[in-house]
Design a protein around this ligand. Structure first.
Ligand code: 2AM
Ligand code: CA
Ligand code: CA
Ligand code: CA
Length: 277
């Protein structure tokens, strides 16, 4: 599938417009009482705002681009359909990344939108409306935060690195134990760990050099497709945690400031297999 330059520019403008609209809805709801529902575990939360934002975004986009494909977290949860990434232009949305933060009034909450063509991310937009931080990237054109160019840290030594990681929402004892072992190894090997509670925001933090790396197991394509383009356009290495090529359907990702740091993390971590999307 070929996409012309003027179409790309238009997609980017539309992506920003949707992100701003979504941000308004999220910011409004952030200050109000939330009604919480659970999905796969007692810690896998969803609110009416997650669903409303996704519906709004898809309605807006489908009217503009009826021939495109669309993937979203809450639609997938609702229909239970198997994900299929094709070569067609595909708009991939996480309406609220960081729902636990949203529920607990922690401001690291974002709207994430990635566009793939030929199964590769070409546009990534991650918007944190409460903090009014708009992260953007277009393939080959760098990454930006509110228009300012981003550069990852350049850190090469794990001993001097801050590594972002999360406990995750799975409560499967085996997964929790392996994640804790990884956290133990990371704390021992580095300057420290951080968890911002949003996969998309974590990748954007690596992009801006606020943290040197991020490794995650159990996420889905909508969690990282936008953030991974932003991180790589900011100069970070984006790989599968094992060191092989990143796979959008593999439910895991590693972003590191340098190839050397990526290798040190690949060697250190237990690589959880969480299945495929
Ligand atoms: P969400 O807020 O859209 O559900 C929190 O650690 C981050 O992990 C969030 O980006 C969250 O997305 C995502 N996440 C959701 N389910 C997950 C899972 N089962 N394993 C790992 N991360 C998950
Ligand atoms: Ca979720
Ligand atoms: Ca998410
Ligand atoms: Ca979500």
């Amino acid at each position: 599938v070929e996409v012309l330059d003027h179409q790309l520019r238009e997609y980017y403008t539309v992506a920003l417009e949707v992100a701003r609209k979504a941000g308004e809805v999220i910011k409004d709801a952030f200050k109000k009482e939330k009604t919480i529902d659970t999905k796969s575990s007692a810690a896998d939360l969803v609110t009416v705002t997650d669903q409303a934002v996704e519906k709004m975004a898809f309605a807006f986009l489908k009217e503009k681009y009826p021939s495109h494909k669309f993937i979203g977290e809450e639609t997938t949860a609702e229909t239970g359909e198997k994900l299929q990434l094709t070569d067609d232009p595909t708009w991939i949305i996480d309406p609220i990344d960081g729902t636990t933060n949203f529920v607990h009034s922690i401001p690291e909450v974002c709207f994430s939108l990635g566009i793939t063509v030929n199964k590769e991310p070409i546009i990534g937009v991650v918007y944190l409306p409460v903090l009014d931080q708009m992260y953007t990237a277009q393939k080959g054109q760098g990454a930006f935060l509110n228009g300012e160019k981003l550069k990852s840290s350049g850190q090469t030594d794990l001993k001097k690195a801050v590594v972002i990681c999360e406990g995750g929402s799975s409560r499967d004892p085996d997964i929790v134990e392996k994640k804790l072992t990884n956290i133990h190894r990371l704390v021992t090997a580095s300057h420290g760990i951080r968890s911002y509670g949003s996969a998309a925001a974590n990748l954007c933090r690596v992009a801006q050099g606020a943290g040197d790396a991020y490794a995650e197991y159990g996420i889905h394509i909508w969690d990282f497709v936008a953030g991974m383009l932003i991180a790589s356009e900011a100069g970070a290495v984006v790989k599968d945690p094992s060191g092989s090529e990143v796979d959008l359907m593999s439910r895991r990702v590693l972003a590191a400031a340098t190839p050397s740091l990526a290798t040190q993390l690949s060697d250190l971590l237990i690589h959880l297999d969480m299945g495929r999307d």
